[in-house]
Design a protein around this ligand. Structure first.
Ligand SMILES: [Zn+2]
Length: 253
């Protein structure tokens, strides 16, 4: 009788052990599954974050190229300093320069590039003030807009003056930047290509510590080109060329 009781107790114990083993196996399995599914989910989350991050990095990189770099756009002359003018003195260079810069601003405002303008009104600025301004804002690129005048009434086209100061070891030289701007303008306006000129005798060029391009967008002394320069559509085309040149420079460098 005692043996039967012991056997029964052993049987109960066996059943309890079986349940314990079964439950512990099941719960471990569940836990494992849980971990696996969490890990997979986490990985997926990481992956999507990474992909999003990639897109963000790429777009930031584009923005960084623009937003971290500081561009100065300088409308030549202003105020009492009219610059050059048409032969009949009716049209002043300072006004054409400012109109082009205004159109450039419309384009540059759209793409979040950090741009400083030496002037957006008809105010006079001494060359020393412009250079001080460029240095104060810690510019990376400087574009100065001007119109040309020639004794030869037939002279026409775009020329860009650069700094040939070779002491400066820049990633991008003033000459390279000038060449990009010139090409971009000409690809839109199809004006005459007068090439690049070393402009070291010009104060703003000689004193600039960063790549600078002084763009002579056309000749006010040439009757045909004056008409071209006074046309708002053409001013917009020139502005677009300059804008494209700035963007290309920022993206490529
Ligand atoms: Zn000028």
């Amino acid at each position: 009788m005692e043996q039967k009781l012991i056997n029964r107790l052993l049987a109960y114990l066996g059943i309890i052990l079986c349940w314990v083993v079964f439950f512990s196996f099941f719960s471990t399995n569940r836990q494992n599954k849980c971990i696996v599914s969490n890990a997979a989910g986490y990985e997926m989350k990481l992956q999507s974050l990474y992909e999003e991050e990639q897109i963000l990095l790429e777009s930031n990189e584009r923005n960084i190229l623009g937003s971290n770099k500081i561009v100065v756009v300088d409308a030549g002359h202003g105020g009492m300093d009219s610059g050059t003018c048409s032969k009949d003195e009716k049209y002043l260079e300072k006004n054409i320069n400012l109109k082009i810069v205004g159109y450039m601003k419309e384009l540059l405002d759209e793409c979040g590039i950090k741009v400083y303008y030496t002037r957006l009104t008809d105010k006079k600025m001494e060359p020393e003030e412009r250079v001080e301004f460029i240095n104060n804002v810690k510019a990376d690129l400087v574009v100065s807009i001007h119109c040309n005048y020639g004794k030869n009434k037939d002279a026409n086209g775009v020329e860009v003056l650069y700094s040939s100061n070779e002491e400066r070891k820049q990633e991008l030289t003033s000459k390279e930047f000038s060449d990009i701007l010139k090409k971009e303008i000409l690809s839109i306006t199809h004006q005459n290509d007068r090439g690049l000129l070393a402009g070291d005798n010009i104060y703003i060029i000689s004193r600039s510590k960063v790549p600078i391009a002084l763009v002579e967008v056309g000749f006010m002394s040439n009757r045909e080109e004056l008409k071209f320069l006074l046309d708002e559509g053409n001013q917009q085309k020139i502005a677009m060329g300059l804008f494209n040149g700035i963007i290309r420079t920022l993206e490529e460098r």
